[in-house]
Design a protein around this ligand. Structure first.
Ligand code: DDH
Length: 293
């Protein structure tokens, strides 16, 4: 981590410092990347297209109402990893920092280049989050395809995009003390690939009830002596015929998945944001969505 201050708007300097913190030998699989990707997604996935509320402006997770949403359990680790970067580059907003960190983490894990633009603003207090109830909007992993459609259509995504986005589960793992689920989806959870789709569509997944009573699906991989897992929502992608078409396509074609994922993830990061032709955010004073500090 460099300690050299940067000029306002020098996102390359911020990128370099995010890259430098990804390797974390003491944490999870040795990388902060996956939890940073999850932070970026949860900061954006609150968007509601009908009311134009939520989305990646604001960085509302700094406040208890949104940060304390059970869906966001564990994301304080990601925010703590990024604090030194914010300290060195104080001009960057948290909402830009969190989304940029997700994009950098994907690229550094061997994933596609993610188009990312800055300019987001942070809430100055929790008024907007409380007023628009920006909690309880993220998906519930115990549910099925109907729930996924309800949640992701609300963000403005379609079936193909729901499946593409779900491919992010090639990164990282579940933690019993965060979501209640346990384990990684793939054998190499710090490498971005289409392995999630390959394994989802080809292995025989067996239901398992954890000691806590939480139900997930597992496959014991004899070669690596690792138990891999799938959430009930992951399994519903295979059970639903419209989703399953895309699970199989992405499992068979890594290039196609990378192309579609890069496109949809960058649009996820833009939810709730309107820009002019120069890329400047124009809805900073929007009483519904974003909010200027
Ligand atoms: Fe996810 N996710 N996610 N996910 N997610 C979890 C972990 C990670 C759901 C539930 C969980 C996306 C979609 C869904 C990542 C990225 C993305 C965990 C485990 C649960 C539960 C948390 C824990 O215990 O630590 C559900 C349900 C959905 C859905 O309905 C589709 C999307 C769209 C993304 C994305 O980034 C585009 C990542 C990365 C992780 C691993 C985090 C970590 O700490 O490792």
């Amino acid at each position: 981590m460099s300690t050299s201050k940067s000029q306002k708007g020098d996102f390359d300097a911020v990128r370099a410092d995010i890259k430098a913190l990804l390797k974390q030998p003491e944490y999870d699989d040795g990388s902060a990347g996956p939890v940073l990707v999850r932070l970026a997604w949860h900061s954006s996935g609150t968007y509601d297209i009908n009311t134009d509320t939520g989305g990646s402006n604001g960085a509302g997770m700094r406040y208890e109402y949104e940060g304390g949403d059970p869906a966001n359990a564990g994301l304080q680790h990601a925010r703590v990893f990024l604090e030194p970067v914010k300290a060195v580059h104080p001009w960057i907003t948290y909402s830009d920092l969190w989304t940029l960190a997700g994009a950098v983490a994907i690229e550094e894990a061997g994933g596609p280049k993610i188009k990312w633009q800055g300019g987001r603003t942070d809430y100055v207090d929790d008024t907007k989050i409380l007023k628009h109830k920006i909690a309880g909007r993220l998906p519930d992993a115990t549910q099925g395809a109907d729930h996924l459609r309800k949640v992701f259509y609300r963000m403005g995504f379609n079936d193909q995009e729901i499946v593409a986005l779900s491919g992010a589960h090639t990164l990282g793992r579940c933690h019993a003390d965060r979501s209640g689920f346990e384990g990684p989806w793939v054998n190499n959870p710090t490498r971005f690939s289409n392995q999630y789709f390959k394994l989802l569509s080809t292995l025989e997944w067996k239901p398992k009830t954890l000691p806590s009573g939480v139900k997930q699906f597992v496959y014991y991989d004899e070669d690596t002596e690792t138990e891999l897992m799938m959430l009930p929502t992951d399994m519903s992608l295979l059970a639903d015929p419209k989703f399953a078409v895309w699970v199989r396509k992405y499992g068979a074609d890594k290039e196609l998945f990378f192309e579609h994922f890069a496109d949809v993830f960058s649009r996820l990061m833009e939810l709730g944001i309107q820009r002019d032709a120069n890329g400047n955010i124009t809805n900073t004073d929007n009483q519904l969505g974003g909010y200027i500090s």
